[in-house]
Design a binder for this molecule. Sequence first.
Ligand code: UDP
Ligand code: MG
Length: 322
Amino acid sequence: MSKISLVVPIYNEAENITPFYERASKVLDGLTPQWEIICVNDGSQDGSMALLVSLHQKDPRIKVVDLSRNFGKEIALSAGIDYVSGDILITMDADLQHPPEVITEMIKKWHEGCEIVFAFRRSRKAEGWVKRHTSKVFYWLLGWLTDIPSHNRIGDFCLLDRRVVEALKQFQEHNRFMKGLFAWVGFKQDFVMYDMHVRNSGTTKWSYWRLWNFAIEGITSFSSVPLRVWTYVGCCIALISLIYATVLVIQTIALGIDVPGYASLMVGILFIGGIQLISLGIIGEYIGRIYREVKSRPLYLVKRLYGLNTARSKETVTSPTE
Ligand code: UDP
Ligand code: MG
């Protein structure tokens, strides 16, 4: 009998934890007697942590990794992955936007030999127009700029086989775009479809600013095209300048000395200045990432573990397990 581990990042989800636990445990009980839910408390400020501890005391199959502060969903997911003990890992959100009932279908695919099973939304109607369209543009860009296969078909509601989990644990990088990594590792991948629901309670933690940074993270951690493109932009501008210079020389010889206008000079200077600043900014993005990597700080810090063993993790735990 295979053991199933759910990994659920939790950040201020007090109203969602109990309904999530009830629905997920019902589905899991129907599949196998051996399961665990690893909740990663990502520095919640509401009553989430107290609720998780009381759930753990009631049902020891609920295990908790309490991070020392809010590290963001990607790192919370990585922390959860470090602690799983099951043969199958499933990552999902706590807000019931990912219906636990889909797990049954994902497991079926796993039995057929798939090592990664993504669950994709049939439609994104639960989200607003702007979010749907900006995300479409982002995934199109990501597919175009990177070598992530099936780019428009990635997500972070997915099933991973133990082998994939072991592969993912080897990743040391700090700049993490987990759904990209899930797709990047290869293995036998397939997908199932589901209808996304609206959030059970509360609001999304992803402001547009956060999503924008997440998008930059996705592109910069999988592609160096934004760095290389400036060589070509520079070449094009140099070529255009050369042609323009030739035209000016011929004009001066044929028509006599002409004093070019102030406006064209200004436009030229500002345009080139702008282009240089953009390219510098992009180089800066990458340097910032190199800086973060070379510092090689621990990816996350754990305040306390409930029902889990420290030995499984690469990271330091600041206080003992319970
Ligand atoms: N989350 C997290 N840390 C954060 C933000 C979010 O662990 O800094 C968790 C959150 O509790 C939820 C999941 O990530 O379980 C997805 O978050 P949310 O529903 O806000 O994102 P959306 O569904 O809008 O993409
Ligand atoms: Mg959500």
